[in-house]
Design a protein around this ligand. Sequence first.
Ligand SMILES: NC(=O)c1ccc[n+]([C@@H]2O[C@H](COP(=O)([O-])OP(=O)(O)OC[C@H]3O[C@@H](n4cnc5c(N)ncnc54)[C@H](O)[C@@H]3O)[C@@H](O)[C@H]2O)c1
Ligand SMILES: N[C@H](CO)Cc1c[nH]c[nH+]1
Ligand SMILES: [Zn+2]
Length: 426
Amino acid sequence: MWSAVDVETWVSRRTSRLDEVHGPVQEIIGKVKSGGDAALIELSEKFDKVHLDSVAVDEDAREAAYDQVDAKVTECLVEAEARISRFHELQLPRGLWLSEVEPGITLGVKTTPLSRVGAYVPGGRAAYPSTALMCTIPARIAGVPEICCCSPPPIQPLTLVALDIAGVEEIYQCGGAQAIAAMALGTESIEPVEKIVGPGNVYVTAAKMLLREYAEIDFPAGPSEIAVIADENAVPSYVAADILAQAEHDPHAACVLITTSAAFADEVGAEIKKQAENAPRKEIMAQALKNSGYILAGDLDEAVAISNAVAPEHLSIQVADPLPVLGGIRNAGSIFVGPYTPVACGDYASGTNHVLPTAGYARQYSGLNVHHFCKTSSVQMLSREGLESIGDIIETLATAEGLAAHAQSVDVRLRSAKPDCKAPLT
Ligand SMILES: NC(=O)c1ccc[n+]([C@@H]2O[C@H](COP(=O)([O-])OP(=O)(O)OC[C@H]3O[C@@H](n4cnc5c(N)ncnc54)[C@H](O)[C@@H]3O)[C@@H](O)[C@H]2O)c1
Ligand SMILES: N[C@H](CO)Cc1c[nH]c[nH+]1
Ligand SMILES: [Zn+2]
């Protein structure tokens, strides 16, 4: 169950799964496109075994959910909300900045929140109130005025409470690829959104990838993963615990230990066996551990190179001198340094976001943050002096491209008599 794996096999196995479900997911998308709400209700019966009269969740259901949630859990969700908000507020870009880069030429950037976004909160194998917070708080902080959320039926009271704490009022009970299709294409009840964020299983992720023509997405965020870089100074029981924490999410979760010590790899294997024995989700863990294992590295530089090739969702660094290792990391969704930083800190309560790219996509994507919910427009303001200083460049290049009207738009200003108009900021 715990054995050595080689990098190439491990990396290639993880990226191949989305193609396998393209057929069924296309079929689901087609049904939602033609059938709207009725298709959502039919697909919920088929995949979630739940009969719905309507997909929309009303305010009464949101309020009633509090009675079904332990008060201490609600309290902790409120605490987590505050910490997640604090970290994401630090990311807020300036609404507008302007800078005079040379006399008469002022350039800048105007940042605008998206108008309407959809958050997918998974709910198949576990309730994910923490993900409800992670998906929606950055959107709220960015200033998105309309945030809607879909989660599989029957929607979990925990998810409703978390969404209420995050300030989300537009909620639908609808899961899987059909939820993504509904948010991207729209139905009678659900207005289409500009962008869809949030993790999910392989059906959810495949639908997000296939519907990018209709709605922008965050990134593929599928079954959870962890890579641990450890030397012989690390604590085997801590490393095993972090591996099992991600393994319990999904049979397709994948965990890899990259270590410089074969003896340490064996100790972690023994700990995994011991800790998994009585774990409530041991069957899921056992499946996930089939996708997992260890890689022996000659030294920490090699371990870093292997980790960068893997590009894990979560990277835990458990070595005596972690900062040089951290410095070498190029590809990782979220990084956890030192023995007292379990990945669960970022999953729930430190404040960082746990919606992260999986399957090697940390190579090109960043984890969810406030910038995912903003777009920028560049801004420029030139005075006559500014235009004079670059007019010749514009006219020469426009003429070289055969675009005389471009050249004329400069010429008409500089060669004609100065009209009675005033440039801003002059
Ligand atoms: N990467 C991240 O940021 C992150 C964060 C949290 C959770 N996760 C991951 O999210 C995933 C959640 O998965 P889940 O399954 O628990 O919940 P989910 O909400 O993603 O999926 C459940 C839905 O899948 C659909 N479905 C199930 N079987 C199907 C089938 N045969 N054909 C078509 N559709 C089908 C159903 O409609 C159901 O509503 C886990 O893999 C977990 O590891 C990832
Ligand atoms: N580890 C998950 C991301 O892969 C996030 C999560 C939610 N709840 C617990 N963990
Ligand atoms: Zn987790």
